[in-house]
Write a protein of this length. Structure first.
Length: 431
């Protein structure tokens, strides 16, 4: 099985296309991005030299609305990763039924090796390259791996300077006082909690006192540590980051672990906990496993060793297609990435609405509407999972691809359905 994320994204789509009886031309249209941009840009470094960085922006599909998706700063960024992530954004926005398409961007760089000034110049340099390709009605970037609200602020400022007018809605995930939305910070993890709550209901799993392992301790993993305890009174027994993990049977305190990581750069060495590898963490006998880091961590090699009852994919692309089949067969309930982590883009969309209306929503409004949106998306997936007897990811694909396909047909980008279109139960959202 390939580890190329875009090849994986295409395999996943092919399966859904087959179930939906998508016509060949429309299937082809959805298999590739509509546009992709590759570029290089010079950045003045602190040592007085100029370094040339490579970047991408993929605008996968905008049939349902402006492209939407984050920008990653990562030393191992590749165009195929960005393509896959842009495809997943297309399915994600469709699944939560917000009027947006899918896109993604990336810069090959290691932010840990850049000074603050260099990071700002890379951020501004990237926007100088894509400024003419983005905008509130075209394509709206956001944070992703190793990009922050502060970076969003620099990017917005650069865009507005080029345009000569304010345009807060060009980017989301901004600091609150510059047009960001309340509740965007923990939105990915919080959205995931609503889906875990729904999954536990249908699986009849008691969440109070449930044990949890979290792989990855970035924005999603860190917030999930707090929220899963707050929501369900669950016990987080293991967490990890790229350097390794820690295990404590009694449970780990999120505030203490976060303070330790802030001071030491990693959770590794946290006092009172045993060391555990990232691989072993995935195989722990816990009720809930939250892969919250990177792609391809659950594959045919280890899927049969996963003992969790629920796998909530807060990361994008952690499970490959072979593993999906194994997990389903073993009765593991996977909440697929573009459902489980859709809370981030959902609150980004709320941010766009607030920016367009010069408005600010109360935190209670954000949380309530996020709950409504995530719950409706979960139900749509669960209905198809049940009706078609397929695994959750495939069910999510069927719902999402069906919606994007409908938009393409209605716009005249594809021929109308010859056969009676497949009847998919799709609840109407109240947002
Ligand atoms: N990067 C996040 C994701 O993968 C959020 C994207 C957004 O807010 O546009 O869903």
């Amino acid at each position: 099985m390939t580890t190329n994320p875009f090849a994986i994204a295409q395999v996943q789509l092919d399966e859904a296309a087959r179930l939906l009886h998508l016509d060949k031309d429309l299937h082809e249209l959805l298999r590739q991005p509509l546009a992709e941009h590759h570029f290089r840009f010079p950045v003045l470094m602190d040592n007085g030299r100029v370094k040339v960085f490579s970047g991408f922006r993929v605008q996968y599909n905008d049939a349902r609305g402006p492209c939407k998706g984050g920008i990653r700063f990562h030393p191992e960024e590749t165009i195929d990763t960005v393509r896959a992530l842009a495809a997943w954004m297309t399915w994600k926005t469709a699944l939560v039924d917000i009027p947006l398409g899918g896109g993604k961007g990336g810069v090959i760089c290691n932010p840990k090796e850049l000074s603050r000034g260099e990071l700002e110049r890379v951020s501004r340099g990237y926007i100088r390259k894509i400024g003419h390709l983005i905008g509130p009605d075209i394509d709206v970037p956001a944070p992703d791996v190793y990009t922050t609200p502060e970076i969003m602020a620099w990017m917005m400022d650069e865009f507005e300077t080029i345009q000569g007018h304010h345009a807060a809605g060009v980017i989301t995930g901004k600091p609150i006082f510059l047009g960001g939305s309340l509740g965007r910070g923990d939105a990915t993890a919080r959205g995931g909690m609503f889906t875990i709550r729904e999954a536990a209901k249908v699986m009849e799993i008691k969440l109070s006192g449930a044990t949890v392992a979290i792989q990855g301790y970035g924005n999603a993993g860190m917030h999930a540590h707090h929220l899963i305890m707050e929501f369900f009174d669950a016990k987080v027994v293991a967490v990890s980051d790229s350097l390794g993990g820690i295990y404590c049977k009694k449970g780990l305190d999120p505030v203490a672990v976060q303070e330790y990581k802030a001071k030491h750069g990693s959770v590794v060495g946290f006092p009172g906990a045993d060391p555990i590898t990232n691989e072993a963490l995935l195989e722990l006998k816990v009720d809930i496993l939250l892969p919250s880091a990177i792609e391809n961590v659950i594959t045919a090699h280890n899927a049969h060793k996963i003992k969790a009852k629920i796998v909530g994919e807060l990361a994008n692309g952690p499970t490959d297609p072979e593993a999906d089949v194994i997990l389903h067969k073993n009765g593991v309930f996977v909440i697929p990435d573009f459902l489980c982590n859709a809370g981030g883009v959902t609150v980004s969309y709320f941010e766009q609405i607030q920016n367009a209306n010069f408005d600010r929503w109360k935190i209670e409004v954000v949380h309530e509407r996020l709950d409504e949106t995530m719950t409706a998306a979960f139900k749509a997936v669960f209905d198809v999972r049940h009706d078609m007897n397929v695994h959750s990811r495939l069910a999510a694909y069927v719902v999402a691809v069906n919606r994007v396909a409908q938009a393409c047909r209605t716009r005249g980008w594809a021929l109308p359905c010859e056969e009676k279109p497949k009847q998919i139960r799709t609840p109407v959202l109240s947002i």
